[in-house]
Ligand binder design. Structure first.
Ligand SMILES: [Zn+2]
Length: 154
C-alpha cells in the first residue's frame, strides 16, 4: 500500500487535516512535522506506473513542474524562506511527490558542514519528532497563510 495514495484518499474523503488546495496535477498539503517551518508537499494525482518525471507526457510534466513551482513560491511568501529546497525522492513510496522545504540560516543547527547543508544532514529523529508537529491552531493558521498566497498566484 502507498502512503501517498492513502493521504489522497483521505483528502477525497474530506478527512485529511493537512490538505490545503487541489491543483490540476496534484494536491498541496502541509507536512506532518514542522522542524523546517512551512514544510509542504505537492502530491501528484496519479500513481500507477508513472513513478519518474520522465514517465510523464511532455505537457503533463510541464504542468506538474509549473504547478510545483507556483506552490514553492507560495510557500516562500507564506513562511518567509531564505531558500526553498526541492526534493523528489520516492525510495519509500514511489508515488511522485515533491517535498518543499523553506530553509533559513541556522535551521540544521551545527549539523552538516558547520550548520550548512541539505535537510537530510539534520538527524531524522529530531526532524520527525512529535515535538514539532503543529497544533490544531498552528496548522489552521499555516493552511490559511499558504492558501492566501496560492490564490494570489493562481
Ligand atoms: Zn500512490
Amino acid at each position: 500500500m502507498c502512503l501517498i495514495c492513502d493521504r489522497i484518499k483521505m483528502i477525497k474523503d474530506g478527512a485529511n487535516p493537512y490538505f490545503v488546495k487541489e491543483l490540476e496535477t496534484g494536491y498541496v498539503v502541509i507536512g506532518d512535522n514542522q522542524h523546517f517551518h512551512g514544510y509542504t508537499l505537492f502530491l501528484y494525482k496519479h500513481h500507477g506506473d508513472k513513478t519518474e518525471l520522465f514517465h510523464l507526457e511532455t505537457t503533463e510534466r510541464a504542468k506538474f513542474l509549473e504547478e510545483m513551482t507556483v506552490v514553492a513560491e507560495a510557500v516562500s511568501r507564506a513562511f518567509g524562506a531564505e531558500k526553498i529546497n526541492y526534493e523528489l525522492l520516492g525510495m519509500g513510496d514511489a508515488h511522485l511527490h515533491w517535498h518543499l522545504f523553506p530553509r533559513v540560516n541556522g535551521d540544521i543547527e551545527n549539523y552538516g558542514n558547520n550548520g550548512r547543508g541539505p535537510v537530510w544532514w539534520y538527524p531524522m529523529e529530531k526532524m520527525y519528532s512529535d515535538d514539532n508537529r503543529p497544533s490544531k491552531g498552528q496548522l489552521a493558521d499555516m493552511k490559511n497563510r499558504l492558501l492566501a498566497e496560492l490564490e494570489k498566484l493562481i
